[in-house]
Design a protein around this ligand. Structure first.
Ligand code: 5GP
Ligand code: ZN
Length: 140
């Protein structure tokens, strides 16, 4: 496992800090964003630490993309959004704040005008309940 000291997402991978997880396999992990831009805002990361799209190795990138598709399908089934935005930022100037490769899925309902990031922490109980719905959809 490629890890980086003081990386918050590496700490989530190792279990050193908690996250509301929805999916995990050998190479990837998906969990709920702590500051959701909308209900269901999730992050998909490679377990190995790569800073961004320029750094990530091909196999890890493919695995993240496949998990993103799997999760998007489950979110569609569970939460029935009208649409979903998948985004990924490279470099602080482009809005990246955590320097461990990840993709966002942000569900949209018609008329939503959402920023790419949430404005503050979501209610953990609400996020846990949404995560349970997504996990159910992943399992079915
Ligand atoms: P980006 O680097 O693409 O700008 O976004 C990083 C995302 O990670 C943000 O949407 C932020 O809310 C989320 N985030 C930052 N720290 C944590 C954390 O400790 N736990 C979780 N679940 N999400 C986090
Ligand atoms: Zn990391």
């Amino acid at each position: 496992m490629i890890q980086s000291d003081n990386c918050i997402f590496c700490k989530i991978v190792s279990g050193a800090i908690p996250a509301i997880k929805v999916y995990e396999d050998e190479q990837t992990l998906a969990f709920m964003d702590i500051n959701p831009a909308s209900d269901g805002h999730s992050l998909i990361i490679s377990k190995d630490h790569y800073e961004n799209l320029l750094e990530i190795e091909e196999g890890a990138l493919t695995a993240v993309m496949l998990t993103t598709q799997r999760l998007a399908r489950a979110i569609k089934k569970a939460l029935k959004p009208d649409g979903m935005r998948v985004s990924q930022f490279n470099g602080a100037a482009a809005g990246q704040t955590v320097f461990h490769y990840h993709a966002h899925i942000v569900p949209y309902h018609q008329g939503d005008k959402l920023g790419s990031h949430g404005r503050g922490p979501g209610d953990p109980e609400v996020i846990k309940q949404i995560a349970a719905q997504i996990r159910d959809a992943l399992g079915s």
